[in-house]
Design a protein around this ligand. Structure first.
Ligand code: SAH
Ligand code: SF4
Ligand code: F3S
Length: 438
């Protein structure tokens, strides 16, 4: 009987994609995917370290599995991802969780099958974490989570060192994939039924393909791929967003008219402390240019509340910026101290209750604007790429508009994977309701 594996993934789409690669490699080696954790003989936890609650969830999950391992010593426990790139985590694992069998990092995922076979054959614990990324390994197998949309890495790592952020330490320096490798992968995906691709990078705007191909050039190249319907990307750093990319939104019909443009704060003073390299005014000017070029563009953002030294005035600047931009949606985070980052040492940390109070005010504003913007869709007809049926009711389908709005509506399973016209009947805070146009 083949051994079965189960992967738990925390964190961002990079991690989600890494898990798809791990699953692809294990399936290729003859392992089978388990339906759930209970029926698996190999458990894998792919970790995130971006905020303290991500770390806590990992240790919570791991702790809960201790008994499983005790009852079944043949169970193989594997941990990987961003947390493993930090020495203090490795030390904690060695001291408190010695029953973990395989530990690897973000830079040597391709070694996972070999590490696993070592454990199986030699019954010896395997710890292998590379401090930084070597050559990009191309051509690894991928088991996609979705049939008609795919995550495509265009670059790895981050060079920006925002002072609050752990990612540059867990993902290493920026490395871009060769445009030909990306095109080859995308053509293969389209041949396999993929309609939509999400290009991934911590800062796609600093993509540099081999022969001086920048991110906008890559979009123009991908726009020519026959059979591909939609191109999205994530994430875009405001400091490097070029006029050329704004023009690509105008010229490239497949590029979805939607942008996730993390602002982090509306206070130029705090932005400087964060090492974001733009001011509130520069950010607003970018937004103005985007809206001028693409009037219907939808926008989302990330905002951190309670960065060290944030005053009530700084926070009001953030509220003001949100009112001016009127985001379609925003991810809001309480600042979380990360070990080894510059901001860890900043003295004027904001008290928890102040952070929470500001956070709630921000969420209220963001949600009010989201609901107002979504209400405007009522009565319009949207092209929706149908992604699947809702977990609760198989007759309820869910899909996304070009602008990334989630739409729920009644339909039949045959519609999955197709782009259909849906009339919007109601706009809610986080989604739209609609009915299929006959
Ligand atoms: N590379 C992306 C962000 C990746 S992390 C970018 O620069 O846009 C995703 C989000 O997590 C960030 O945009 C930020 O808002 C948030 N984040 C990162 N570090 C954080 C911290 N220490 N505390 C709270 N939020 C944080
Ligand atoms: Fe973190 Fe900044 Fe890099 Fe984004 S750009 S991953 S926030 S350091
Ligand atoms: Fe988390 Fe690593 Fe992504 S820290 S947000 S999984 S890059």
């Amino acid at each position: 009987m083949n051994r079965k594996f189960h992967i738990t993934t925390f964190g961002c789409q990079m991690n989600e994609h890494d898990s798809e690669v791990m699953a692809g490699m294990l399936l290729e080696k003859g392992f089978e995917a388990a339906g759930d954790r209970k029926e698996a003989d190999i458990l894998i936890i792919n970790t995130c370290s971006v905020r303290d609650n991500a770390d806590k969830r990992f240790f919570g999950t791991l702790g809960a599995l201790k008994k499983r391992k005790k009852d079944n010593p043949d169970l193989i426990m594997c941990v990987c991802g961003c947390m493993m790139q930090q020495q203090h985590v490795i030390d904690t694992l060695k001291q408190k969780y010695p029953w973990v069998d395989v530990v690897f990092g973000t830079h040597n995922i391709h070694q996972f099958p070999a590490l696993l076979e070592n454990v199986i054959n030699e019954r010896k614990k395997q710890i292998s974490v590379w401090p930084d990324g070597g050559e990009i390994v191309e051509g690894l197998p991928v088991k996609r989570l979705h049939d008609n949309k795919a995550l495509v890495n265009i670059m790895f790592g981050c060079n920006n060192f925002c002072t609050y952020c752990i990612v540059p330490y867990t993902r290493g320096r920026e490395r871009s994939r060769h445009p030909e490798d990306i095109l080859k992968e995308v053509r293969g995906l389209v041949a396999d039924g993929v309609k939509e691709i999400m290009l991934l990078g911590q800062n796609v705007n600093s993509y540099k393909g081999a022969e001086g191909v920048d991110f906008a050039d890559l979009i123009y190249m991908l726009n020519e791929v026959e059979g591909l319907e939609r191109i999205r990307f994530m994430t875009s750093h405001p400091k490097d967003l070029s006029d050329k990319l704004i023009q690509a939104f105008v010229d490239c019909d497949k590029l979805c008219k939607n942008i996730h443009l993390p602002v982090q704060s509306g206070s130029s003073r705090i932005l400087k402390e964060m090492n974001r390299k733009y001011t509130k005014e520069q950010y607003l000017e970018l937004v103005r240019k985007l809206k001028e070029a693409v009037p219907h563009i939808t926008m989302s953002t990330d905002i951190i509340v309670g960065f060290p030294g944030e005053t009530e005035e700084d926070f009001e600047e953030t509220l003001d910026l949100v009112r001016q931009v009127r985001y379609d949606s925003a991810f809001t985070f309480l600042y979380s101290i990360r070990k080894g980052t510059p901001a860890e040492k900043y003295e004027n940390q904001v008290p928890e209750e102040v952070k929470h109070e500001r956070f709630n005010r921000l969420v209220d504003l963001v949600n009010t604007i989201s609901a107002e913007k979504n209400a405007l869709y009522k009565g319009t007809v949207q092209k929706v790429l149908v992604e699947g049926s809702s977990a609760r009711n198989s007759k309820t389908l869910a899909g996304r508009t070009d602008g990334f709005k989630l739409v729920n509506f009644h339909g039949c399973r045959e519609m999955i994977g197709r782009t259909i016209d849906v009339e919007i009947t109601e706009g809610k805070t986080f989604s739209l309701e609609g009915k299929v146009v006959e």
